[in-house]
Design a protein around this ligand. Structure first.
Ligand SMILES: [Ca+2]
Length: 263
């Protein structure tokens, strides 16, 4: 049985014809469920105190403080995006009291110019080895690493050889409510594993492109449309983030074509 309807009136023949149509369109995915942070990273604005900021377009509307004068690049594939010099450029977010203990997702467009030592996409925590959530390259390698610190105890999942220099990659890591984790590159799953879930704590040292460990180096390259969720998003949703016309306006033609093929 399918599409049972009951009315308290008689339908016209035309209305009955309408009822016979079966809508094959899947329900829209709620890509904002659990969204804690969405930084388009397509502009730098000045606040009233003349401080440079980037804007969070999620419901929380946080402001990220821009350090080291990164530039806004006009990229031929993704449009305006932030260009980090790998020397002193990074973003500091305010404290964030977000419960990631039921899962999380981090996704971003990145284009590495070089693999600086343990350079971060994000490092949210309370200092060094203190409830950190780290998404980074391992050492100076192409290995993409999610490190989750439960207090000071580290757990990780790592996708070896995933990153590439000088081209845009859409990279994502998801963790569900059981700690089951997946790393995706351009919407394709490249690694699975198990991590422990983070503590539910307020985090005060929250960086984009910078580590909580002073020995680590800064992110060197371009970044666009960073999203952080306190929930797992699905592979299908991740593909949505890569479609220019529907969601966020940030996509390369290649991925756009792939999406059209999938439809
Ligand atoms: Ca700089």
């Amino acid at each position: 049985m399918s599409n049972l309807r009951v009315y308290n009136r008689a339908l016209s023949p035309e209305e009955i014809d309408e009822c016979m149509k079966v809508d094959q369109t899947p329900p829209p995915m709620d890509i904002n469920r659990g969204l804690q942070l969405h930084l388009p990273l397509n502009e730098i604005v000045e606040n009233v105190a003349k401080e440079k900021e980037v804007v969070d377009v999620s419901a929380g509307k946080l402001k990220g403080k821009v350090n080291g004068k990164p530039t806004v690049a006009d990229d031929s594939q993704l449009g305006s995006c932030l260009n980090f010099d790998g020397v002193d450029d990074y973003i500091q977010m305010p404290e964030m009291n977000v419960d990631y203990s039921q899962g999380l997702t981090i996704g971003a467009w990145v284009q590495y110019n070089s693999f600086k030592s343990w350079s971060r996409i994000i490092d949210f925590g309370n200092g060094q080895g203190n409830d950190n959530i780290v998404f980074a390259n391992e050492g100076t390698t192409k290995n993409l690493d999610l490190d989750v610190y439960k207090g000071a105890t580290q757990n990780r999942i790592k996708a070896d050889g995933t990153l590439e220099l000088n081209q845009w990659l859409y990279i994502t890591v998801t963790v569900d409510g059981s700690g089951s984790s997946k790393i995706y590159k351009n919407g394709e799953e490249v690694q699975t594993g198990l991590v422990h879930l983070p503590n539910n704590v307020n985090r005060t040292k929250n960086y984009i492109g910078k580590s909580n460990w002073s020995a680590d180096q800064l992110f060197h390259g371009k970044m666009s449309n960073l999203r952080v969720y306190n929930a797992r998003v699905t592979g299908q949703q991740i593909n949505c983030f890569m479609v220019k016309c529907q969601i966020c306006g940030c996509i390369t033609e290649r991925y756009h074509q792939k999406k059209l093929t999938n439809v």
